[in-house]
Design a protein around this ligand. Structure first.
Ligand code: BYC
Length: 312
């Protein structure tokens, strides 16, 4: 084994972070670029379904909270793009990969937000799933990713609390509000369970990513933790999860659950979900309408560089 590779593996073994200037195998770099950029894209596309409710939030307080949450997601996208850039890929290339459909973003953001209760369900379930997946990423072997995740997770836990609070308020409200909350949970439950990705047997990247300590738990391990957490929290909400097979298994000390519809999952991942086209069209339009901002920022940077050169 080459010396550089040996040093890299020893660092992984001893939980020493890999930093951008350290030697790393090309496949490690590529895996991180893939996962981190897809994660960044998910944060940015994830602003769309919730952003649609900013103008329709039921109170001023709920509106202010939702605006803050959506802004947090923009911030998460930016830390993650900046972290990915340390791996030697430019922001423009990453954005191009998203807009041309070469890079993925999370399947969950291809579902519509039909009622205000969906904002509660997204906060409770989608942010809940995100936290379950992302807290272990704070211990990821790549320094910039792990550090970005520490801040992101702090904000995500506030997001989950606000979602739970919306659902609790609706659940304790009128019959119509309670029904709206239940309907949102019915629609968001299975897509949230799918967010963790394919079963371990069908996850081509998991084994290597776990060996490199990028991922700390497998897709199925995280999915099980999420289901266990939600099954208990649903009791507090006095609402139900739409799975007749959901049942505590005393032997496994986990909840058993029903079959996941993998056909639906892959259909959404491959671009045929209810909102894939709408989401991409919104991002393409935002990118085109933002061209003048990029041009102005470039012109400003060029002017500043020229001034600095004159002074030097
Ligand atoms: N959607 O071998 P696998 C958030 C793809 S939360 C679409 O298991 P890996 C937010 C996968 O990319 C959401 N595609 O892959 C929350 C791969 O395809 P490629 C974002 C999926 O990478 C609230 C193929 O299936 N979070 O941001 O080891 C508000 C095989 O999968 C999905 C993250 O990205 C999916 N659900 O594991 C706002 C967390 N699942 O790349 C925002 C970081 C799998 O070969 N990412 N695929 O073409 C991860 O932890 C991992 O990348 C995954 C997948 C667990 C998602």
């Amino acid at each position: 084994m080459q010396n550089e590779e040996q040093i890299f593996l020893e660092k992984i073994d001893q939980e020493i972070k890999i930093e951008p200037r350290d030697w790393m195998p090309d496949a490690y770099r590529k895996t991180l670029i893939r996962q981190m950029s897809q994660h960044a894209h998910s944060e940015i596309v994830g602003m769309l379904p919730e952003g649609a409710w900013i103008t329709r939030a039921p109170t001023l307080k709920r509106k202010a909270i939702l605006i803050a949450k959506v802004q947090d997601e923009a911030g998460h996208g930016l830390y993650l793009y900046a972290g990915t850039e340390t791996l030697n890929i430019g922001r423009e290339e990453m954005i191009d990969q998203l807009l041309t459909g070469k890079a993925k973003y999370s399947s969950i953001f291809n579902y519509p937000t039909l009622t205000w209760a969906d904002i509660g369900a997204i906060g409770w379930l989608v942010d809940g799933a995100a936290i379950m997946n992302q807290v272990p990423l704070c211990r990821c072997s790549f320094g910039p990713y792990s550090r970005a995740m520490i801040r992101i997770c702090k904000e995500e836990s506030f997001h989950q609390r606000q979602g739970f609070d919306i659902l609790l308020t609706l659940s304790r409200g009128s019959n119509a509000q309670r029904e709206m909350a239940q309907d949102a949970i019915n629609r968001w439950w299975w897509p949230s369970v799918m967010m963790f990705g394919p079963n371990d047997d069908n996850s081509p990247h998991s084994a290597q990513s776990m060996a490199w300590k990028i991922k700390r738990f497998s897709n199925d391990e995280l999915r099980q933790k999420f289901i266990d957490m939600c099954a208990d929290q649903a009791k507090v909400l006095e609402l139900t999860l739409p799975d007749k097979k959901l049942q505590w298994n005393e032997k496994r000390k986990h909840y058993d659950f029903g079959e996941i519809n993998w056909h639906e999952f892959w259909n959404v991942v491959n671009g045929h979900g209810p909102c894939n086209k709408e989401r991409m069209a919104a991002r393409i339009s935002a990118h085109e309408n933002g061209a003048w901002v990029r041009e102005a920022a470039d012109a400003h940077a060029k002017k500043r560089r020229a001034r600095e050169q004159q002074v030097a």
